[in-house]
Design a protein around this ligand. Sequence first.
Ligand code: SF4
Length: 204
Amino acid sequence: MEGCCREGLLVNLIHYPVYTLGPGKRLGIWVQGCSIRCKGCMAPHTWEFDPKSAMSFEEIEQYLAGCDTRALTVSGGEPFDQPEGLLQLLILARKHHFEDILVYTGYTYELLAQKYPHILRHVDVLVDGPFQEGLESELIWRGSANQRMVILTEDPQMVKEYRLYARKKKDRRLQIVERGAVIHIIGIPYQKDVGAMSCEGVTK
Ligand code: SF4
């Protein structure tokens, strides 16, 4: 695991609203940089730890304060490769009353629970595990069948709702977002559908 931005977070994309990575209308933050580099990853453009993608926490806080949702999805890239930055982001999100925080990671929950329990305390739901090419998932918000939805929140209503989501089938909804010369497709497609896409980045 490597973190490499002292003053802020390396960020690939911030977008609002996001409807395809977690329930409801959400703020989406994709970090830049991933050391895991799964074969068949849909977002290799997020692998490089590019210092030019650094955002200050002041900038990030403006997004947290400026949207009318309290639901956040953090993806990437690999959020836990920037543990200090991720922790700061989550603390800021709680400060701005975000109460549904879903984080994608290529590491397993068990590893993170050993290394970063203080970060997981601020996460409500974790989708964990590396992307495994050829292991198709039929479940919503997951890219391969090994990935689990780990419910960490103790809020009984949220636990109830996410237990239902954890069993829900994929709905195939994707969002298309244009940023400059780059098209981002937001969501988790079937692996069998990805080959048919020819765009700059598929953002999980
Ligand atoms: S799927 Fe996620 S963890 Fe795996 S290489 Fe891509 S960005 Fe990294």
